[in-house]
Write a protein that binds this ligand. Sequence first.
Ligand SMILES: [Zn+2]
Length: 451
Amino acid sequence: MTEARTQASTEPAAVPADLTQKLRRAVEARADDLVDLLARLIRIPSVNPKFLVDPAFNREPAVQDLIEAELASLGFATERSFPWPDRPNLIGRRAGSAARSLALCGHVDVVPHGDLGQWSSGPYEPRIDGDRLYGRGASDMKGGIAAALVACRALADVGVVLDGRLEFHAVVDEEGGGTGAMAAAAASAGLAGVLIAEPSGGVLRPWAGGLEWVRVTLRGLSGHSARRFASIYPVDPVNDVPVRSVNAIELGTRLLAAVRELETQWGLTRRFPGMPAGMNTISPGVMVAGCGEGPDGLPALLGNPAMVPDICVIDFDMKFLPHERSADIRREFEDWIGHFAKSDPWLREHPPEIRWELGDLHFPPVNTPLDHPLTRSVEAAIRASGREPVIAGMLGVTDAAHYTARGIPAVVFGPTGGGQHGPDEFVLMSSLTETAAVIADSVVRFCGVRA
Ligand SMILES: [Zn+2]
């Protein structure tokens, strides 16, 4: 990477090569345990109830029971909190200094299995084929959780006494917007760093773009479609009276074109090293139009094309770059829409309405510097494992956003897999041991070892 490095406040600890080797051997000795632990986690369906309500599948608490037993056997003090009723976060802590405190974090919820017919085997019955272990959550992200737990186990096996406090955050609801991580981060003031073991393909990902969902509502004027000719000849030629309606769908399509222009400008003129060009997009995801406004802000009457629609609602999914700020991006979007509206006589009088944080969704960007001790610790641990570190941004959003929002530096590093959010999700078992070894070594470098 080419980014400049600045002076870091806390230097990563130097780790003797033989300690790195001991940790790796301890992890390798636990390779079967790791696979077994992951299999047990997969067998407990923990589908986020925001997607599917079925007690047989919404078993986040049972996953937490399993993780809690692991943490307790490793000497962690554990504590539950409830961001949602019956949906516990689980936090484990081992005493140590705050200055070098680090949390290993994973979400326990998974997305629904979808169409069972598309799976080659049961999503909650782990299946091994070569290096692949299949099952819902294998990769996203019970694999990362199992690897992080085995990293803690290896630290105990080797008898490492850390200087910094080591925490384990098993959180709910990442797939539903991250309220679990929001609560965990809010309760973690002073935490010096968090490593999130989402499937990163062995790539260190200290950056992610921000994400906003925004709704734009346009209002027109309803009328009979038979009089649409008045949009071409504004005076009724038979009765010689002015008639008018303003079609909200057409206002919406013009707004879409204007937003596409802004999106193109962003994509062509702004870059962040380590992120693909043009990832800063404004994607229209939902568009609905009709007559009259219901109490939910959506059209009350749909399905009658003889009526000229007077309301059009468009929801956008907006991604921006790691070094950009939500507040600036929001202002820029509002200014752009404002300018668009001023260019039209109707919209000048009836300006579009803009609503942020649709569905309470708000992901600030993650931009942990390359020279931050956390980034450097993981980078050094990857290098010590004999591989050249690859550092790049994360395309999707993760719980890292919610820790960053609370001022807690975050990076993502985890195993390699595929099929996330689809059928036949899998993780490479070789990448699980690799992840566990690198995490154990990263913990030692970041937290330091007591002499
Ligand atoms: Zn995930």
